[in-house]
Design a protein around this ligand. Structure first.
Ligand code: PLP
Length: 320
């Protein structure tokens, strides 16, 4: 996030940041610290942006860069980007996209959607240890970097120097974490072995199973209908249920950790990750049966096994 921002922004440059969750907020914070003149377009948490909202914001004030989150991990909402990309480019701005959670779990068509700068992480749907943040830049973004009036504010993240290090010159810049580079290479080989499309389909299939199971328990997603992310399932904590107690019991009794709500969803939502390798059927079924027990222990009315049956039906297996 910081690499993309500091290389594209110079002090005083206007940057529009779209905020509908924690990571949009963080991008605005990063941009402010980098000296950008940040203005925002805000949407209710869990909802996605319509292209018209971005167009209206850019009409009121032009921007050098527009930043937006593809998969907002705090709300479980997936942001369509294609039309927004057209709007951003029609207004002469560069499009910066956070694909930390989406990469490897759903389509991130960087070139097809004309994304100018995109960053991700190794630790989400690529199922690699944490520590690296892959970034990619378009020709237009590289040109903007070439035309800077000032040095990049961060020495460590200055891509003009990193390009010389990674390029044919091999000019020393910093000591690379080579163990992580090998880890990422291996993780990417595993993605390639499975096939990207198969991987997206696997994330979808297990999301559908989980959703069917949760729905049987009367638990609903907090993201806008039709935009639920497959890898991050954010659902409302049912009324009368102790949020923290359920998460504690899941962890202590079943060794399953789910996320609590962040920001506006604190205490109100659970975030169930099905990312990369962990997006599998046994995790879905184990989680649902563990959750049934935790809910039943709190006196929540349910029919034992009903979520498992619904998940199995969603996977195409009728039984019982
Ligand atoms: C996890 C996440 C980040 C931050 O990644 P870190 O490696 O923890 O800094 C940023 N954006 C999104 C959308 C994320 O899900």
């Amino acid at each position: 996030m910081e690499t993309c921002v500091v290389n594209l922004i110079e002090p005083g440059d206007p940057m529009l940041v779209c905020i509908n969750g924690v990571f949009g907020q963080r991008m605005a914070d990063v941009a402010q610290r980098a000296g950008a003149d940040v203005f925002t377009v805000d949407e209710k948490w869990g909802r996605v942006f319509a292209p018209e909202q971005i167009a209206a914001a850019l009409k009121s004030q032009p921007a050098q860069v527009v930043g937006i989150v593809h998969a907002e991990t705090s709300t479980g909402a997936g942001q369509p980007l294609e039309e927004i990309s057209n709007v951003v480019h029609d207004h002469g701005a560069l499009l910066l996209v956070d694909a930390v959670t989406s990469l490897g779990g759903m389509n991130v068509d960087v070139d097809g959607w004309h994304i100018d700068a995109c960053y991700s992480g190794t630790q989400k749907c690529l199922s690699c240890p944490p520590g690296l943040a892959p970034v990619t830049f378009s020709e237009a973004a590289l040109e903007a970097m070439d035309n800077r009036r000032s040095k990049v504010q961060s020495w460590y993240l200055d891509l003009s120097m990193i390009l010389q290090y990674w390029g044919t010159e091999r000019l020393y810049h910093h000591t690379a974490p080579i163990n992580m580079n090998y880890a990422l290479l291996e993780a990417l080989k595993m993605v390639q072995e499975e096939g990207l499309e198969n991987r997206w389909a696997r994330h979808q299939a297990h999301h559908r199973m989980l959703k069917a199971g949760l729905s049987a328990l009367g638990i609903e997603y907090v993201a806008q209908a039709g935009y639920e992310l497959p890898m991050l399932n954010a659902v409302g904590v049912p009324s009368g249920v102790d949020d923290a107690q359920v998460r504690k019991q899941l962890l202590e009794e079943f060794h399953i950790e789910i996320g609590g709500g962040l920001g506006a969803f604190k205490g109100k939502a659970w975030r169930v990750g099905l990312m990369g390798t962990s997006s599998n059927e046994s995790n879905v079924l184990l989680f649902l049966s563990a959750l049934e027990k935790c809910l039943a222990d709190q006196g929540y009315a349910l029919k034992k096994g009903e979520s498992i049956e619904a998940a199995n039906r969603a996977a195409g297996r009728g039984f019982g």
